[in-house]
Design a protein around this ligand. Structure first.
Ligand code: PPS
Ligand code: MG
Length: 176
């Protein structure tokens, strides 16, 4: 059981690796029996708690406010909370930092060309062709973290390395 909860907040462009890394981190934390681990992911939360929201600035901010509310409750009650949302606006991430317990901002960074080449979900192609409006990085803003606790460069490092960096940080801070 972790003595205290914490919040690992993954932010970054679509397809950068937020979900993949959060899932791998969740598996690693569960293996270590540190206590309850809960993942909150944009795609999943948007299919339920936030199914009324789209991708305008107002809706994205509302989405992040709801995610923050849940992450705050979990992290304050001893849960290792892993949050993966694009969360493109600094102000809402800073708001989350102040509310969630032991907040760790992880910038999942990847260059635009690599993301367009990968295009796992085919969303970049649709965004470039104008079929999806307000797409992060193409036709919608992403404000880069100014002082994140961790930066993961997913064009250069593999999942194991990325997860290893987060684990190392959590150990260093004695969260695990
Ligand atoms: S946000 O900005 O934090 O509210 O976004 P989030 O809740 O993380 O949702 C991002 C996922 O929604 C899909 N998707 C889009 N992303 C960005 N812009 C637009 N217009 C868009 N439309 C759909 C996409 O699958 C994102 O998932 P990830 O995991 O980021 O690729
Ligand atoms: Mg994802």
């Amino acid at each position: 059981m972790p003595e205290e909860g914490f919040t690992v907040w993954f932010t970054g462009w679509s397809g950068a690796g937020k979900t993949t890394i959060a899932i791998a981190l969740e598996e690693e934390l569960k293996k270590r029996n540190i206590g309850p681990v809960q993942r909150l992911d944009g795609d999943i939360i948007r299919s339920d708690l936030c199914s009324d929201l789209g991708f305008s600035k107002e809706d994205r901010n509302e989405n992040i406010k709801r995610a923050t509310f849940v992450a705050e409750l979990l992290s304050k009650n001893g849960v290792a909370t892993l949050v993966s949302f694009i969360s493109p606006y600094i102000s809402l991430r800073e708001r989350a930092r102040h509310k969630c317990h032991n907040f760790i901002e992880v910038y999942v960074k990847c260059d635009r060309d690599t993301l367009i080449n990968r295009d796992v979900k085919g969303l970049y192609k649709q965004a470039i062709e104008g079929e999806i409006k307000e797409f992060t990085g193409i036709t919608d803003p992403y404000e880069e973290p100014e002082n994140p606790e961790i930066v993961l460069n997913t064009a250069e490092e593999d999942i194991l390395e990325s997860v290893g960096k987060v684990i190392e940080y959590l150990e260093e801070k004695e969260h695990i």
